[in-house]
Design a protein around this ligand. Structure first.
Ligand code: HEC
Length: 178
């Protein structure tokens, strides 16, 4: 009788250990990629201004915002880490490409503008202009989606310059005149 009970509790303990080990190994604690909720209707038409993605000048300004250099009260890096690797528990890990490519530019804009209720992610709209939010987003994208941009038409992250909203692309050298 007792023996059976001991065996059973041993088995339960074993399961708990296996479970803990599995969750500890699950991709930095965030688990499998999860699509974010869709942006509210009033954000659906908010898109990255033309020519911002991967523009070195914009990225420079975005970095100054992200790291608190421009305004010490706005320091994304204090939670999300200088390199997109979170330094505060629960902050989104911007290096995880599989997670980051589930977001559209509109969803990012909405989240930075209004924050995520019930988490440490505050709304930033009182501290950042719309233009500044786009700049910080362009920078933040470089951690997991370097060299890519969000294509509004296909709703996909594509190589820089490949989307409809890209800056007027120069015809590639060698492209025969039509
Ligand atoms: C005090 C800590 C903190 C600061 C500062 C902070 N964040 Fe966050 N951020 C978080 C947390 C925590 C989450 C995860 C929220 C959740 O659970 O969905 C998050 C999530 C996000 C997300 C993803 C939202 C989603 O739906 O998954 C984006 C984008 C983001 N932050 C951008 C920024 C930007 C840009 C700044 C600076 C302007 C910033 N954060 C500053 C803590 C912070």
């Amino acid at each position: 009788m007792n023996e059976y009970r001991n065996l059973r509790s041993l088995f339960v303990m074993g399961l708990a250990v296996v479970g803990m080990t599995l969750s500890a190994c699950g991709g930095g604690g965030e688990g499998p990629p999860k699509p974010p909720p869709p942006a509210p209707a009033e954000y659906a038409d908010k898109h990255m201004p033309d020519g911002y993605w991967n523009n070195p000048e914009i990225l420079e300004q975005g970095k100054a915002i992200y790291t608190g250099v421009q305004n010490i009260d706005v320091n994304c890096a204090s939670c999300h880490g200088k390199n997109g690797k979170p330094v505060k528990a629960g902050a989104r890990d911007f290096r995880r490409t599989e997670q980051m490519e589930l977001y559209s530019d509109s969803v990012w804009f909405w989240r930075v503008n209004e924050g995520v209720k019930g988490t440490k992610m505050k709304p930033w709209k009182s501290k950042l202009s719309e233009d500044e939010i786009w700049k910080v987003i362009a920078f933040e994208a470089t951690f997991g989606l370097k060299g890519k941009e969000y294509d509004v038409a296909t709703k996909k992250w594509v190589a820089a310059g490949a989307s409809g909203s890209a800056p007027a692309a120069e015809a590639p050298a060698g492209d025969a005149a039509h």
